[in-house]
Design a protein around this ligand. Structure first.
Ligand SMILES: Cc1cc2nc3c(=O)[nH]c(=O)nc-3n(C[C@H](O)[C@H](O)[C@H](O)COP(=O)(O)OP(=O)(O)OC[C@H]3O[C@@H](n4cnc5c(N)ncnc54)[C@H](O)[C@@H]3O)c2cc1C
Ligand SMILES: NC(=O)c1ccc[n+]([C@@H]2O[C@H](COP(=O)([O-])OP(=O)(O)OC[C@H]3O[C@@H](n4cnc5c(N)ncnc54)[C@H](OP(=O)(O)O)[C@@H]3O)[C@@H](O)[C@H]2O)c1
Length: 456
C-alpha cells in the first residue's frame, strides 16, 4: 500500500483529462498530487483546438469547470511536454504511482481514393486546426479561391465546416476564430458548399440540434438533392431521432435562398471514388449508391452511375483517428490505446498503474460531456486497484520530476505561464469586441509566458 498522498500523472488536458482530474480531486480517498502533461503550450484539447468558433456556449465548460480544476493547489500543469518524445511512457510509469492517458486522437481517416493527396484536398482536421488556431496547423494555407467546396462525410464535423465556409464575416469577426483564418475567409470566393453522404439522410451521423443551426444562417439557401431520401412517406416506422432530422432537412430544403446567396447542398447516397486535377483539385468523381440492409442497419453499395462535381476544395470529414503513442500498446482496429475497460492492456494483459480515458480509450466518438462518464468508468478501476494494493509507488517527488525535465532542456509551460497567455488573449479580444484573440504559434505562446524571446 502507498501511505503518502498519491502521485498521479495525467497525459493530455482535454475534456477526458479534466473530467478525470475533477473526479480525482473530489474523491474522498485520494488526497492526490496530480501532474498534467500536455504536448501543446496551452490546455483544453479539442475544446480550444476544434470546437467551432461560433459555438462559445460549448466552450463555457472551460471557465465553469476545467479552469477551476487546473487552478487547484494539488494540480500542476506541465505544458509543452510531449509524452513518448520528451519523456517515455516507461519513465512516466516509473516516476508516478499511476498514469491516466487522455491523449485524444492525432490522426484522421483517409478515403483511400486516387487524387486524395492533391493540393486542395484536405482532412477536416487540417481546416479545423487552422481556423481554431491550433499551433500544429497555423502554418497551413488554404486556397479558398474556387466557387464550390465539397465536404465528404455527414457528421457534426461536416456541419461545422459548412457553417465556417458560409457564415457571414461579420459574425465570424465576433468569435475567437484565428486571425489568419479570418483573413483567408475574407478572400473566399466560395458560393456553394456540397455535403456528400455515402448513405441516406436517415443514416446521417449529425445531430438534429446541429442541423437546425443551419436554419439560422443568414443569406444561405439550402437544397437537398434526391428528395426521395427525406420524403414524408419515409417517416413511417422510423425512430423519433431520425424523424426529427428528416423533418429538419425538409424545412431546410424549403429555404430556397435569394439570388446571390451562398448555398449548402446536401447530396445523399454518393461516394467519392477519385479526385482529379492537374496538380490541384479540379473535380471529384463519385458513384451513386443504393442502400442494402444488414444485421447492423444499412450499408452503401455502389451502382454503375457516376457523377462529376467541379470543385477546387475537398474537405474530408470522415472521422478522426488515434495513432500509436510510442511505448504504449495500440489497438489498430479501433485506433486507440489498447485497453480493457480503461485499464491499459497489452495482448489482453493489464499493465498495472496505467489507465486511459476519452477518445484515446473508446475512439473518436462523443461530445465533450461523454468524456465525463468515460473518465469516471476508468477511474472506478483505478480506485479498485488502489484499494487492492495493486499500485506500485513512483520513484520521484514533485521537485524530482521538474529537475529531470529541466535537465533535458525542456521549456515547461506552467499554470502561471498559461494564465499569462489567457490574460493576453482576452485583453486583445476586449479591444475588438471578441472573446479572445488567440496566439496561434508556439514561439508567440512561449514568449508571452516569458519562456523564450521570439527573436532568440
Ligand atoms: C471538429 C470538432 C468539433 C467538435 N465540436 C464539439 C462541440 O461543439 N460540442 C461537443 O460537445 N463536442 C465537440 N466535439 C467533440 C469533443 O471535442 C471531444 O469529445 C473531446 O474533445 C474528446 O476529449 P479527449 O480529452 O478525449 O481528447 P482531446 O480533446 O483531443 O484532448 C487530448 C489532449 O491530449 C494532448 N496530447 C495528445 N498526445 C499527447 C502526448 N503524447 N503528450 C502530452 N499530451 C498529449 C492533446 O494535445 C490534447 O490537448 C468536437 C470534436 C471535433 C473533432
Ligand atoms: N456540435 C457538436 O456537438 C459536435 C461537433 C463536431 C463533432 N462532434 C462529435 O465528434 C465526433 C466526431 O465527429 P465526425 O463528424 O468526425 O465523425 P462521425 O460522426 O463519425 O461522422 C463521420 C461521417 O463520415 C462518413 N464516412 C466515414 N468514412 C467514409 C468514407 N470512406 N466515405 C464517405 N463517408 C465516410 C460516415 O458515414 P457512415 O455513417 O456511412 O459511416 C459519417 O457520415 C462525433 O461523435 C461528433 O458528434 C460534435
Amino acid at each position: 500500500m502507498i501511505d503518502r498522498p498519491l502521485r498521479i500523472a495525467v497525459v493530455g488536458s482535454g475534456p477526458a483529462a479534466l473530467y478525470g482530474i475533477g473526479q480525482l480531486l473530489d474523491a474522498a480517498d485520494a488526497d492526490a498530487e496530480i501532474d498534467v502533461f500536455e504536448r501543446l503550450p496551452v490546455p483544453w484539447g479539442l475544446v480550444r483546438g476544434a470546437v467551432a468558433p461560433d459555438h462559445p456556449e460549448k466552450k463555457a465548460v472551460i471557465d465553469r469547470q476545467f479552469a477551476h480544476f487546473l487552478r487547484d493547489r494539488r494540480v500542476r500543469f506541465l505544458g509543452n511536454v510531449e509524452i513518448g518524445r520528451d519523456v517515455s511512457a516507461a519513465e512516466l510509469s516509473d516516476w508516478y504511482d499511476a498514469v491516466l492517458y487522455a491523449t485524444g486522437a492525432d490522426g484522421d481517416v483517409a478515403m483511400d481514393i486516387p487524387g486524395e493527396t492533391l493540393s486542395g484536398s484536405w482532412a477536416s482536421r487540417d481546416f479545423v486546426g487552422f481556423y481554431s488556431g491550433h499551433a500544429d496547423f497555423s502554418h497551413l494555407r488554404f486556397d479558398l479561391g474556387c466557387s464550390r467546396a465539397v465536404i465528404v462525410g455527414n457528421g457534426n464535423v461536416a456541419l461545422d465546416l459548412a457553417r465556417m465556409l458560409t457564415l457571414p464575416l461579420a459574425e465570424l469577426e465576433r468569435t475567437d476564430i484565428a486571425d489568419h483564418a479570418l483573413e483567408a475567409l475574407r478572400g473566399s470566393a466560395i458560393r456553394e458548399v456540397v455535403i456528400l453522404a455515402r448513405r441516406g439522410a436517415a443514416q446521417a451521423a449529425f445531430n438534429n440540434p446541429e442541423l437546425e443551426e443551419l436554419e439560422h444562417l443568414p443569406d444561405v439557401g439550402i437544397e437537398v438533392l434526391d428528395r426521395g431520401t427525406i420524403a414524408a412517406a419515409d417517416l413511417a416506422g422510423v425512430d423519433g431521432v431520425v424523424q426529427r432530422k428528416l423533418q429538419t432537412l425538409r424545412r431546410l430544403h424549403a429555404r430556397a435562398g435569394r439570388p446571390g446567396d451562398r448555398r449548402i447542398t446536401f447530396s445523399f447516397l454518393v461516394s467519392p471514388v477519385e479526385i482529379r486535377g492537374a496538380g490541384h483539385v479540379e473535380r471529384l468523381i463519385a458513384t451513386r449508391n443504393a442502400l442494402r440492409p444488414t444485421a447492423a442497419g444499412f450499408e452503401a453499395v455502389p451502382t454503375s452511375e457516376t457523377i462529376e462535381i467541379e470543385t477546387g476544395l475537398v474537405l474530408r470529414a470522415v472521422g478522426y483517428r488515434g495513432t500509436p503513442l510510442p511505448g504504449l500498446p495500440f489497438d489498430p482496429v479501433k485506433g486507440v490505446i489498447a485497453n480493457l475497460d480503461g485499464r491499459v492492456a497489452d495482448g489482453g494483459r493489464v499493465l498495472p498503474g496505467m489507465y486511459v480515458a476519452g477518445w484515446a480509450k473508446r475512439g473518436c466518438r462523443g461530445i465533450i460531456g461523454t468524456n465525463r462518464k468515460c473518465a469516471a468508468d476508468t477511474l472506478r478501476h483505478f480506485f479498485e486497484d488502489r484499494r487492492a494494493g495493486r499500485l506500485r509507488p513512483g520513484s520521484l517527488d514533485r521537485q524530482g520530476v521538474v529537475d529531470l525535465l529541466r535537465a533535458r532542456g525542456l521549456m515547461i509551460m506552467t499554470h502561471a505561464g498559461w494564465t499569462a497567455i489567457d490574460r493576453a488573449e482576452r485583453r486583445a479580444g476586449r479591444r475588438c469586441d471578441r472573446p479572445r484573440v488567440k496566439l496561434t504559434d508556439r514561439a508567440a505562446m512561449l514568449e508571452c509566458a516569458g519562456l523564450v524571446s521570439a527573436r532568440a
